[in-house]
Structure formats: C-alpha cells, structure tokens
Write a protein that binds this ligand. Structure first.
Ligand code: MTE
Ligand code: MO
Length: 332
C-alpha cells in the first residue's frame, strides 16, 4: 500500500477530562482520549482495504462496503490508555467509557479459517514514522487468540457516528478489557501467526517489567494486555470545600478486565478503609460506586478509593499505572 499522508505527522495526544470532570456515564466523543504515537493518517473510506492473511486457509481482502455483510454489533466499553510506554509504572487516569459499533472479529476470522498453528493476531495500522527516536514502518500489535475476548470488534463507529480520523477512520480494532494500545487504529492488515509480533510496540514498549517479592523490577516482562483493576473519585473534586457534620456523597467509577467486585474508600489517606456501594459489573462498562461521608471535624482530608477485581486482585497504593487515586479536600 502507498503511504497515506499524516496530519499531524507525529505524536498526537488528547486527554480532555480530569477525573473530577468524568461525570457522565458515557463519554462524549469530544471528551474521549486520543493517542496516536506517529500522527494521524488521512484515509479514504472508498480506497480502504483490509487484508487478512498468514496462517489462514482462506486469505481475505475486505473493502469498507464488505463490512456491511457481517452483523453489526454495539459494544459499550471502558477505553483506557496504559499511559506513556516510556514510563510503565507512572500512575495514569486516561480513560473514557464509549460505545463502539462494528463487526465481530470472530465473524471475520470464521470466514478465513485460521489453521491450528495460529496463536496470535498481528494487526497493522496505516501510520508510520518515528517514535522515541525509532523509525517505524507501521504500528503493529499482537493479540493472543487464546486470551482474546469473544466481543473483539472491527469498529467503524464511535458513539453512533463514523469513527473520527484520530480515532481510526475508517476502521479499527477494539479489544474490550485490554488497554487501548492493543486496539489498532487505521487497520490495513491482520495476519495470523504462531508467535508474538516482532515490532517495537510489542517487543520494546508495552512490556512491563515483572517485579520480584521485594517490588524490584526483574529481567522478565509481561505484555500490557488486560486492564488491571482501577478506580477514580469523580466527586468531590480536588480542593473542594466540604461542610462538616453534613453528609457528602463520595462517588466515582471503577473498572478492570473481568469486572470489579468491590470498592473501598478511605478518608484518611489510606490508613483505614470502608466498603463503598457499587453497581454490579455489567458487560464492559465502568461501574459507579458511592459512599456517604459525614466529616466530623474541620480540617484537611485525603480521600482514596481502591477497587478489587472479581478475580480478587486489588489496586496498589502507589507506583503502578493503576495506583489508587487520591483527592485532597478541605472540611470547612
Ligand atoms: N495504528 C495505531 N493504533 C493505535 C495507536 C497508534 O499510535 N497507532 N495508539 C494506541 C493507543 S496507545 C491507544 S491508548 C489507543 C487510543 O485510541 P483512541 O485514540 O481512539 O482513544 O489507540 C491505540 N491504537
Ligand atoms: Mo495508549
């Protein structure tokens, strides 16, 4: 394929909302996060083609109009960026909750019949250029078929409208439950392979060092795939003034691959914790938690929330991308 023009031509990032501004259950498209490592390729829907090849019995080339031959699915889902790949342990809250529309990856794969050796789906984007001083032909990520959720989409809509260019127009992968980095935008090619992909986005970046028992990084790494349990406090906002002896609702959102079982809130910067009320986990969307707080004495307080996944993994207090979110308020 000839290379499409890029605009912008290098890293493009938007993080429109701080946690206390994430009040809506569904994030408006204008408020959704954007991350493009290499810039934004400007693609033409009518010229767009997606090749599916590699370890398949029937390689396939799809044009945009061909996608309409498969059932259309809507997928409301949390969408979270793992943060700067050069700082894998930096706490980060780049998140939104949006509705994707598109066709199921499994329907496309059924049409091409992957062979028994196929274990990974390598997805290629149309973007190219330089990131962190490294020359890159195309953004390529791999998805382990064994761990791939059945609701993975080839999406062509965001919040009921065609994908905006920066979000992957005309079609992108969406891997719900996995960090955004895996959801390859501006799809051009999907290849079935028997091993992990060898580009820098799967070997050099987006592999977290595994920590030893003392919390020190080892030489081993683990791919940035499934979203670890996380939560944010939406209200009160940082530096809010709370009335003493009056009931205040502390609320926020919690999410993570497989769903969140419980959220605890701390009013004393993590010294003690109390269970919050949380809505049941449903599909892929974030879950609202609430906590009724009646501060007793005037002064300063640091609120924290920590989520525990349904598989029993609890958010760490510090030093990881999903570290506990803290909000300092004044009780007046
Ligand atoms: N082709 C391509 N796909 C990509 C990226 C990219 O740079 N190029 N960035 C990834 C990252 S790190 C994230 S967080 C999500 C962001 O998707 P969004 O911009 O639609 O929010 O896209 C992913 N898909
Ligand atoms: Mo990201």
């Amino acid at each position: 394929m000839t290379r499409p023009p890029l605009n912008p031509t290098s890293l493009y990032r938007r993080i429109p909302l701080a946690p206390h501004q994430m009040r809506d259950r569904r994030t408006r498209t204008d408020d959704a996060i954007i991350l493009a490592h290499l810039g934004v390729p400007q693609l033409n829907q009518d010229a767009w083609m997606l090749t599916v090849d590699g370890l398949v019995d029937r390689p396939l080339t799809l044009r945009f109009a061909d996608l309409a031959r498969y059932p259309k699915v809507l997928l409301p889902s949390v969408h979270q960026c793992a943060g700067n790949p050069l700082e894998p342990f930096a706490p980060s809250q780049r998140v939104c909750n949006v509705v994707w529309g598109g066709v199921r990856l499994v329907d496309i794969l059924a049409a091409c019949q992957p062979g028994p050796q196929a274990r990974y789906l390598w997805s290629h984007g149309a973007d190219y250029g330089t990131f962190d001083g490294v020359e890159i032909d195309a953004y390529v990520k791999d998805l382990p078929l064994e761990l791939a959720p059945p609701d993975v989409l080839i999406a062509y809509e965001l919040n009921g409208a065609p994908l905006p260019p920066a979000h992957g127009f005309p079609a992108r992968l969406v891997v719900p439950g996995f960090y955004g980095t895996n959801s390859v935008k501006w799809l051009t090619r999907m290849s079935l392979a028997d091993r992990r992909a060898d580009g820098p986005f799967t070997t050099r970046w987006y592999n977290d060092p595994v920590l030893d028992a003392a919390g020190q990084p080892t030489a081993q790494t683990t791919p940035v795939w499934d979203i670890a349990p996380q939560s944010i406090i939406v209200s009160p906002a940082p530096d809010a003034v709370i009335g003493a002896a009056r009931e205040t609702e502390v609320w926020g959102w919690a999410w993570g691959d497989g769903g969140i079982a419980s959220v605890e809130v701390s009013k004393d910067d993590g010294a003690t914790w109390t269970a919050a009320a949380i809505e049941p986990s449903q599909d892929r969307e974030w879950q609202r938690f609430t906590f009724a707080w009646r501060p007793t004495a005037p002064g300063q307080a640091t609120l924290c929330a920590r989520a525990t996944s349904r598989s029993g993994v609890r958010q760490p207090l510090a030093g990881r991308r999903n570290a506990v979110h803290r909000v300092s308020v004044r009780i007046g």
